[in-house]
Design a protein around this ligand. Sequence first.
Ligand code: COA
Length: 148
Amino acid sequence: MLRASEARDRPYFVELLASAAVHTYLGGPQPRDQLERDLPEVPEQWPGSFVVELDGTMIGQILLRRPAAEGKVDLGYLFLPRVWGFGYAAEACAAALGWLDGVLPGEPVVLVTQSANLPSMRLAARLGFVEVERFRAWDAEQWRGRRR
Ligand SMILES: CC(C)(COP(=O)(O)OP(=O)(O)OC[C@H]1O[C@@H](n2cnc3c(N)ncnc32)[C@H](O)[C@@H]1OP(=O)(O)O)[C@@H](O)C(=O)NCCC(=O)NCCS
C-alpha cells in the first residue's frame, strides 16, 4: 500500500535513514542519535512522498519530486534491506508511476542513480527507464534515465 507518512512510521524512517546498506550509493547514512532527536513527529510529510506499507508496517519510501532547477519529475526509492529481492520496490514504484500517469498524463519522469548501484539500475530498467546520459557528480558516475 502507498500512503502518506504517519507518526507510527517514525522508527522505520530512523532505520531507513540510518542504514549504511541503504546509503551505500547515496552519500552515507545519517547518525541514528541525530535522527532520533531531529526527525519531526511525522517525518517526510510532503506531496510526492509515499510510505510503502506491507502487512501494516512501513518497508520503504518512494519520492516523486520536481526540483526547481531540473523542472522534470524525479523518482527516488529507498527500501529497508530486509525486503530487498522480493519485487516490492518494483511493484510499489510501478503503482506510484501509475498514480502519476493518472494525475499528470504524459508527464515525463527522470531518475538519477549511481551506475554502480546495480539493484537500482535493474529496477530502473524494469520500470521502463532508458538511459539519457551518464555524468560525474558526488565523486561517482551517475546514470540519468527517462520514462514517458
Ligand atoms: C534500489 C532498491 C529499492 C532495489 O530493491 P530490490 O528489492 O532489489 O528491487 P525490486 O523490487 O525490483 O526486486 C527485484 C529483485 O527481486 C526479485 N524478485 C523476487 N520475486 C519477485 C517478484 N515477484 N517480482 C519481481 N521481482 C522479484 C528479482 O529477481 C530481483 O532480484 P535481482 O535484482 O537479484 O534479479 C534497493 O536496493 C534499495 O532500497 N537500495 C537502497 C536505496 C537506493 O540505493 N536507492 C536508489 C537511489 S534513488
